[in-house]
Design a protein around this ligand. Structure first.
Ligand SMILES: [Zn+2]
Length: 177
């Protein structure tokens, strides 16, 4: 299930998929989405390889287009991450894609509302989102503050648990030094 919109990497506006191949309509922005379809057509497995290769410089347009293509398939990567039992593979998906590119709380919400989330120890939020502790910790570890804010609001008990664990870890580290 691919994304139904793209977010402009320059002005952060949400745009419909019909903007793929043309320019951002924001007159102050004008980011050109030309070439994005080519990246999307590579498919999610090849795009994962491209993310690993890191051949584009962070400032380049190709880097931004690759990021957009990775976000286009983000839901699928998240499902793979949750379902995959092969450690080397799901760790690569997390390290190369989810950690850096997951920045849309709506996609996280869609995942947590789906039946992909199965575990013996499920925590359900008031809005019906389901999560388990290990998944909470890894999703909270992404770079995006929007995703963190969503998780704090949705699962306040897990957030407190995380804070307690972190302060315990740092106290233990201080004592060991
Ligand atoms: Zn824009």
């Amino acid at each position: 299930m691919s994304s139904e919109y793209i977010k402009c990497p320059e002005c952060r506006n949400c745009l419909g998929l019909d903007f793929i191949g043309i320019q951002c309509p924001n007159p102050l922005c004008g980011f050109n989405f030309d070439g994005l379809q080519g990246f999307i057509d590579e498919g999610k497995d090849r795009l994962l390889e491209m993310a690993k290769e890191r051949k584009f410089s962070v400032e380049s347009t190709d880097y931004k287009l690759l990021g957009l293509a990775l976000r286009y398939y983000m839901y699928d990567y998240l499902v793979d991450y949750v379902k995959c039992t092969w450690g080397a593979h799901y760790q690569t998906i997390y390290k190369q894609i989810i950690h850096r590119y997951l920045d849309d709380p709506e996609i996280v919400k869609k995942l947590l509302l789906s039946d992909v989330i199965k575990s013996k120890n499920i925590k359900e939020s008031k809005s019906g989102c389901k999560i388990f502790w290990e998944l909470y910790k890894s999703l909270y570890g992404v770079q995006s503050s929007e995703v963190k804010v969503f998780l704090v609001k949705e699962f306040p008990v897990f957030y407190r648990k995380l804070k307690i664990q972190k302060s315990f870890d740092s106290t233990r580290q201080r004592l060991l030094l």
